[in-house]
Design a protein around this ligand. Structure first.
Ligand SMILES: Cc1cc2nc3c(=O)[nH]c(=O)nc-3n(C[C@H](O)[C@H](O)[C@H](O)COP(=O)(O)O)c2cc1C
Length: 248
């Protein structure tokens, strides 16, 4: 196995960091790695905002549901889907008519760009021994994030990312069996993957029991049921539209 794959397979989210800072040049190298991710139609619809202001860090930690590592991580980045930059440039230099970035397809393309960019950043940082934790919790209050970061229309915060040298060494979290996610020629018949998924449920329950000294005993399916029942962030559709995305 090569070093890149070994790095990827060792991934686990890190939520406790040492105080060791990152050099500016180092962080920029990871951002450059992010920029080299593929981009739908070359739109490059990503802006990354480094939050270094400590008062704002505290606000992010709170609005993300009280996640202390958002405040204490050496770096906290907010990854935004950004069609505003392209829109403004077209308006200035090209437009015979008003550019239109309001379609669902463009919203999806911009969001996918952000995810690919960010994962390149994560892999680059992890290959240097750093640890990361994505923070979807910032979407608990997208309006406040928009205000804190002065985001214009056609920009929205997809997730945050904590970054730094690990001060913990958690076990890797078991993933779904490959038979449940990788198929040939067609989607599997309903029930075809039941056996491997049952085994996976047991494996996840065992993982949580070990990780919590027996306090948590929950299968993957039970966890997903709880997650779907929680109906989190039902306001996102409205917020996204308000930012000018996904009108039709
Ligand atoms: C888009 C996204 C948002 C996430 N948001 C949070 C978050 O707000 N807080 C957190 O502690 N972990 C968050 N995570 C981390 C996941 O919980 C974690 O990746 C998952 O449980 C798998 O664990 P692992 O990364 O350790 O393998 C997020 C992950 C992703 C991809």
């Amino acid at each position: 196995m090569n070093d890149t794959i070994a790095t990827i397979l060792k991934h686990r989210s890190i939520r406790r960091f040492s105080d060791q800072p990152l050099a500016d040049s180092q962080l920029k190298e990871y951002i450059r790695a992010g920029q080299m991710a593929s981009s739908s139609s070359f739109i490059q619809a990503v802006s990354v905002i480094r939050v270094s202001d400590s008062a704002n860090r505290a606000k992010f930690a709170k609005l993300a549901g009280g996640q202390p590592y958002v405040e204490s991580a050496p770096e906290f980045l907010v990854f935004c889907a950004d069609l505003s930059r392209n829109r403004d440039r077209i308006r200035r230099d090209v437009a015979a008519e008003e550019p239109d970035f309001s379609w669902t397809e463009q919203f999806i393309a911009a969001t996918v760009d952000v995810a690919l960019f960010a994962q390149n950043v994560v892999v680059a940082a992890e290959s240097d021994g750093l640890g990361c934790c994505y923070i979807g919790g910032i979407r608990n209050d997208p309006e406040q994030v928009t205000e804190l970061l002065a985001l214009p229309d056609l920009v929205y915060p997809v997730f945050g990312l904590c970054l730094g040298y690990p001060d913990q060494d958690p076990a890797a979290k078991p993933r779904l069996p490959i038979e449940a996610v990788f198929h040939q020629n067609a989607y599997p018949e309903r029930g075809e993957t039941d056996v491997v998924l049952d085994e996976y449920d047991a494996e996840v329950a065992d993982y949580y029991q070990r990780r919590t000294n027996g306090k948590l005993n929950v299968t993957f399916t039970q966890q997903m049921a709880k997650q779907s029942a929680s109906q989190t962030r039902k306001f996102m559709g409205e917020y996204i539209k308000k930012q000018g995305f996904n009108q039709h």
